[in-house]
Write a protein that binds this ligand. Sequence first.
Ligand SMILES: NC(=O)c1ccc[n+]([C@@H]2O[C@H](COP(=O)([O-])OP(=O)(O)OC[C@H]3O[C@@H](n4cnc5c(N)ncnc54)[C@H](O)[C@@H]3O)[C@@H](O)[C@H]2O)c1
Ligand SMILES: C[N+](C)(C)CCCC=O
Length: 495
Amino acid sequence: MTVPNGNCVQPVVFMKVCLLGRLSYLPFHVVGRVLCQLEPCGGVEVDQAVKAAKLAFGYWSKMSGMERARVMIEAAHIIEVSHESSNILDCISEMEVVNNGKSITEARLDVDSARVCIEYYAGLASTLAGQHVQLPGGSFAYTRREPLGVCVGIGAWNYPFQIVAWKSAPALACGNSMVFKPSPVTPVTAVMLAEIYAKAGVPEGLFNVVQGGQETGSLLCQHPDVAKVSFTGSVPTGRKIMEMASKGVKPVTLELGGKSPLLIFKDSDLENAVRGALMANFLSQGQVCSNGTRVFVQKDILPEFVKEVVKRTQAIEIGDPLLESTRMGALVSRPHLDKVLSFVDRAKKEGATVLCGGESYVPSDPKLRGGYYMTPCILGNCTDDMTCVKEEIFGPVMSVLPFETEDEVLQRANDTSLGLAAGVFTRDVRRAHRVVEHLKAGSCFINNYNITPVEVPFGGFKMSGIGRENGQVTIEFYSQLKTVFVEMGDVDSLF
Ligand SMILES: NC(=O)c1ccc[n+]([C@@H]2O[C@H](COP(=O)([O-])OP(=O)(O)OC[C@H]3O[C@@H](n4cnc5c(N)ncnc54)[C@H](O)[C@@H]3O)[C@@H](O)[C@H]2O)c1
Ligand SMILES: C[N+](C)(C)CCCC=O
């Protein structure tokens, strides 16, 4: 596999990637070296990308849903099939490991979930329809669901390929074009999706990748020809995006951070509760927005739960993310690793007990020595006022908190300005639904955690965001409704 370069993506990708043949290199998160140098796009390039997207919108928006669906299905198909003995899904997954540092096992799941997302919205493209409303005297009205125009997507670094698919698939299905800016920390795999869309036959300029950081992002949000901004990232940046979009009265989708609670009642199936807690905390080295990092455990089962969860956490295999056996790769950058470790230090100072992990980790393989690894951490003796319990750490750090009653735990679980996700483990079906009804979070899980099938809407309450991704409802966030009134009689004028 060769790394994407400026020639193969239309129209604006300024990547100066000095790379190599298939996996003859090592990911920089893994070994601590720079992967590639990219030039950020400035005003000229952003304008060029938006112009190209505007032109392509003219063609794409006039195609029928079925015609758009065919192209999108082809894109999903390209990801799935093998070409000349290499499988594209595996190529993208390996590059996602390079891009982000997560394990190859997880990267494959992410890339496949992106493929399924494109397939799902291809299926919905032909279902976009309006309503017919009968009015007096034979008059009637109808509604048309129309695309918005040029949509901007801005991504975070934790799920680079999944995020670009979650944004572009519904946007394209509705007839929009898109300019996407990946995080400068993980710039590579979004470009591969651009290549796939181009191969599948989308019009030139329909999907564009611009590289850069906050300046490039601001230019995109403020561009007068941009109709909508869909953003995934932190709360402070989300706030800025909303401010910029508000100047042009542009709709926004905001997928922001979380500090989600996971409630484990004494009647839970303990084995599943432990598995759920691990899934809620350690995917992608704990760098997951929806993670259930505040694990509330009913006092009666606390010792048993802690013993088992610590045992399983200590057994997590850390190391080279390209190995099939690895379950935890490298964190995304040195500054981020340092930040996560400083949260652990602060937790200790505030009185929490480190039950396991929480230290930087040096793999035995000498080539991995410079990588950004740490041991997954469980903090005991936590209280609700500790920094580790209040702030999003975005690393492999679970805080365990005892509770006694349902009312008490609900009050404590909801005591946060964030509301992305929440989970409950119990065998009592009435309790499960009662608890979920009271949890103030956009995505709730009963007896599982962190599963996001594409058919199901995903998004946050409170400061965790606005709008939804996935599911049918997302069509509404990438389209607008036009109402047409049709008079069949004479105009009944008052003048
Ligand atoms: N809710 C979700 O679906 C979801 C998913 C993944 C990550 N996240 C959140 O993302 C955060 C981690 O990601 P991050 O560190 O990349 O977030 P971030 O907010 O620092 O950056 C996100 C993106 O915004 C861009 N950006 C930064 N400043 C900007 C500005 N002023 N104008 C326009 N664009 C700007 C960045 O270049 C990047 O592409 C965490 O808080 C996590 O919870 C949320
Ligand atoms: C697929 N996960 C693990 C639920 C991640 C969703 C995106 C949040 O960071």
